[in-house]
Each structure stands twice: as C-alpha cells, then as structure tokens.
Design a protein around this ligand. Sequence first.
Ligand SMILES: [Zn+2]
Length: 87
Amino acid sequence: MMIRTTFQEVKLTGVKNVRCNMCSKKIRRQYTPFQTLSPFNKKKNGEVKTRNDIMAELKEKIEKWKKEEERCKACIAKLPRLRYSAC
Ligand SMILES: [Zn+2]
C-alpha cells in the first residue's frame, strides 16, 4: 500500500469590476491564486511558509492583478489573430 500525503491548498479569490480598455464596457473578473501548505514551500530565508505567509502573498498577487487592464470578450475577438495564424 502506498501512503500518499496530500498537502493542503491555501486559496484566495479576488474579484474586480473594471471597464474594458477598448470599449469601456463593464466587466467582472475573478482570479484565484493558490499555494500549497507543505514542508517544501519555503520562504527565501528557508523557513516553511505558514498559512499567514501564503495568504499575504496571495493578497499581494491579487492586488497586482487588480491593477492590470482588462478587455471584454467582444474586443478580444476583434483583435487581429496574430497568435493563431498558421501561415
Ligand atoms: Zn470591449
């Protein structure tokens, strides 16, 4: 029998209500970063991250993400599809 250790995930969900940077339509976005609470998830000083350490980092990530500009689906569809061109 194999013993599997599962580590707990620490998640945090951020929501933002912004306007599309092309057409100003209101959009709502959600983002859920997570990290694992495990002996391998360490801080720069080598200490194992606690739940609070992880939460602080997730909050920071969300704050950064909140400042990013967003575009609605319609505007994304209107953009030239450079990335998908096959030839
Ligand atoms: Zn738009």
